[in-house]
Design a protein around this ligand. Structure first.
Ligand code: FNR
Length: 387
């Protein structure tokens, strides 16, 4: 049972239930490179802002005097599995940047709550250790699709063997966006020309880099960023294409395949045509293209085009229970939580992650009830009005 009394819980932790205070105190706790890596976006960061602004384009219209009991039903079925709530961990790489327990902490808390945990290809912790921390609970694997088929097969084999049973293929990040906060720290030469052409070790030693992540003097952040960029460089700046999906299906075998990073209704229709099991409407938290459509605005058009034909996930800017309500009402079948979990992780690892998730669940449950819904299945666009 994950229904949660936030008021009670709040007496047992010093961590704020306000997202903005949580982020501010995470910033104080984290090394600046780690905070900027997580908080930052592409270019002028207008897409990061658009993701939030899109939530303000919709207002909740509550219904009252209905027979609502103190406990709402958040249960949802995704890809044939019953889950306690339609909430999934967004894949996030190199989590030991935010706390030494990194992925172990986040995977253990998602496991405790029975909510799916998505392991990133750029994880700082391996398949086996994360599976062990996650226990006998649903877990998914996010793939940065390498150009080398042997490498792809080997990733998928490890995922399958360790119980990751939904494959999430990120299609918007075959090259990294223009992230100025990271560029200014000298993190990028790995993929921008140098890493791809001459390999990791030589790239690390390259004078233009300004630091050598393989040297004993490198900071932890520098080493982790180097590993991340190395993973991305396995796609060598080459975009995945629809035509190669059958090959991926063959490598993965039985089990759902979900495309993450869909923003256009036409691409959503193509995903349906290609027999993909799900899509995740996402712009990578505004980290890839500056000046792009807010993810919730994209969700509206995509729901209109493919709702009911394919499972629709959503991420980008979810910060509160009301945000979860709006995304599901517009048409998402599930939502993913990204940055809030990282800010939680920065607060003593699992303790902070648990606090963030339980607060989100409690606020969502409460918003659902106060708006006149007994269950998530009752949510639809009639509960919203566009501003
Ligand atoms: C991400 N995201 C991401 N996505 C992915 O498919 N693989 C990855 O390894 C990562 N890594 C990653 C690191 C960090 C620090 C962030 C903030 C994000 C994108 C993530 O899955 C999700 O799409 C966004 O985080 C959603 O935006 P918000 O709600 O976190 O702002």
């Amino acid at each position: 049972e994950i229904y949660y009394n936030a008021t009670l819980y709040n007496q047992t932790t010093q961590i704020s239930t306000s997202y903005y205070k949580l982020e501010a105190s995470a910033k104080l706790r984290l090394p600046p490179a780690a905070y900027d890596y997580a908080a930052g976006g592409a270019g002028l960061e207008t897409t990061v802002a658009a993701n939030r602004a899109a939530f303000d384009n919709w207002s909740i219209v509550p219904r009252v005097m209905r027979n609502i009991l103190p406990k709402r039903n958040l249960t949802t079925t995704l890809f044939g599995k019953s889950l306690p709530a339609p909430i999934v961990m967004a894949p996030v790489g190199v989590q030991t940047m935010f706390h030494p327990d990194g992925e172990r902490a986040t995977a253990s808390v998602f496991g405790e709550l029975g909510l799916p945990y998505t392991l990133s290809t750029a994880s700082s912790t391996g398949f086996v250790d994360v599976a062990e921390a996650n226990g006998d609970n649903p877990r998914w694997y996010q793939l940065y699709w390498p150009t080398d088929d042997d490498l792809t097969r080997s990733y998928l084999k490890s995922a399958k063997e360790n119980g990751y049973d939904v494959l999430v293929v990120t299609v918007d990040t075959w090259d990294l966006g223009w992230r100025t906060r990271d560029l200014d720290r000298g993190f990028f030469p790995f993929i921008r020309g140098i890493g791809v052409q001459i390999g990791l070790e030589d790239a690390c030693a390259h004078e233009k880099l300004g630091f050598n992540p393989l040297s004993p003097n490198a900071t932890d952040e520098q080493k982790q960023m180097a590993a991340l960029y190395h993973v991305i460089s396995t796609s060598r700046g080459v975009s995945p294409i629809w035509e190669n999906l059958p090959k991926l299906r063959e490598f993965w075998g039985k089990g759902p395949i979900v495309l993450k990073g869909i923003q256009s209704a036409d691409d959503a229709k193509k995903a349906v045509e290609h027999g993909v099991d799900g899509i995740i409407v996402s712009n990578h938290g505004g980290r890839q293209i500056d000046g792009a459509i807010g993810s919730l605005d994209a969700l509206y058009g995509i729901s209109k085009a493919v709702k009911g034909k394919i499972t629709i996930g959503f991420d980008g800017g979810i910060r509160s229970g009301a945000d979860i309500f709006k995304a599901l009402a517009i048409g998402a079948d599930f939502v993913q939580i990204g940055r809030p979990v990282l800010w939680g992780l920065a607060h003593e690892g699992a303790v902070g992650v648990r606090h963030v998730l339980k607060s989100l669940l409690a606020e969502f449950d409460l918003t659902l009830g106060l708006s006149g819904c007994k269950s998530v299945q009752e949510l639809n666009q009639s509960f919203l009005v566009a501003r």
